[in-house]
Write a protein that binds this ligand. Structure first.
Ligand code: KG4
Ligand code: ZN
Length: 341
């Protein structure tokens, strides 16, 4: 089965071709440079960029996979959640391709695509659905921080989420306070590696709370107050690195503690991690260490499949189709507010 996948929920225009679970191509055109000038993603501009980039990205993904559009058996695309004008460009393109080629369409929930991305083997570039084990999953991105109990493929429940800012948002917003360009997460990761994580004891919100929910806005506020009191910090590279390392350490402490506690509460032996923030080296290292100590298996999405991409959309679609998913009616539009239950 040959499937084309499209992703356009935020600021990456992406297309991938998957054949029987093998990723034949995975093309991503990032708009980061455009949005950096504005300090964040501007939905209207994102949509215009998607419109300009989508056809070339799809053409490139078909060319790299060495297949023609009329060889496709299925098309899939992110249907939600995301920025409505951005989602519409990719989803409408998928609807039109399905209509014109006379093939079925499968609309995909973006967080669910992240959720199953750790099952993509980065060495073979293929979906390893046969290796599935029940797990507790941490999905951490710019727009979401979720803990899910994944009992079997496509059978998962949300056990925790963020009450305010997502972890990625916290990275991006504190980076902005430090005068770093958007998106701040990757840069903070780099600067944190050269800073002292114990330089400042920023709050670990809800760390001791018995539930599995998160809250990161208080951490951001603590950084704001600190910088208001110590404005000279912004003039000094060492001080900036120390704040980055201390903020990262606070975020990582909370994410790791809650994830491990949730795994224990749901009696699973494996943890999986995905989403843009799961690229963070501090988080990857802390999770590896904690899982080692607790005797838990750990499966992290490979860095290529952590940030938004279409391969994860196509792999999830492939898995769902294998399990008997029905096509999405072509008369259905985007679902911008589509949340996992
Ligand atoms: O999954 P993603 O590409 O898009 C969403 O669905 O939101 O995640 C983007 C988020 C941004 O907040 C970005 O700053 C963060 O992931 N991010 C990181 C790192 N790489 C990306 N945060 C911390 N450390 C990183 N290395
Ligand atoms: Zn995402």
């Amino acid at each position: 089965m040959k499937l084309l996948a499209i992703e356009s929920s935020c600021d990456e225009t992406a297309a991938a071709v998957i054949q029987d679970g093998r990723i034949l191509s995975n093309v991503v055109a990032s708009q980061i440079r455009l949005h950096t000038q504005y300090g964040g993603v501007v939905p209207e501009l994102a949509a215009r960029e998607h419109l300009a980039n989508l056809v070339p990205v799809v053409q490139q993904s078909l060319a790299e996979a060495e297949i023609r559009a009329d060889d496709l058996d299925w098309v899939s695309a992110t249907q939600g959640p995301g920025l409505p004008p951005a989602l519409m460009v990719g989803y409408q393109a998928a609807q039109h391709m399905a209509f014109a080629l006379g093939i079925p369409l499968l609309g995909i929930q973006h967080h669910e695509a992240h959720l199953y991305s750790p099952w993509i083997d980065p060495e073979q570039n293929r979906l390893e659905s046969e290796a599935f084990e029940p797990n507790l999953s941490l999905v951490v991105s710019g727009g979401h921080t979720l803990l899910l109990w994944v009992k079997s493929p496509m059978n998962h429940v949300v056990v925790g989420g963020t009450l305010d800012d997502a972890a990625g948002e916290c990275f991006d917003k504190t980076a902005k306070l430090l005068g770093l360009p958007y998106p701040g997460g990757p840069l903070m990761d780099r600067l944190a590696a050269q800073g002292n994580p114990d330089a400042h004891r920023f709050p670990r919100p809800m760390l001791k709370d018995a539930g599995f929910d998160f809250s990161f806005s208080g951490l951001k506020t603590a950084v704001r107050y600190y910088l208001q009191k110590h404005p000279q910090c912004l003039q000094d590279e060492h001080s900036i690195r120390d704040v980055c390392a201390s903020v990262q350490s606070a975020i990582v402490d909370v994410l790791v503690a809650k994830t491990l506690r949730a795994a224990e509460a749901h009696e699973v032996k494996m943890i999986t991690v995905s989403g843009g923030v799961s690229c963070n080296r501090g988080l990857r290292q802390a999770l590896s260490q904690a899982c080692n100590q607790a005797g838990l298996k750990l499966r992290m999405a490979a860095p290529t499949y952590c940030t938004d991409n279409a391969a994860m959309v196509g792999c999830l679609a492939t898995w769902k189709i294998k399990l008997g998913a029905e096509p999405t009616p072509l008369g259905q539009g985007i679902r911008a507010g589509w949340m996992l239950a």
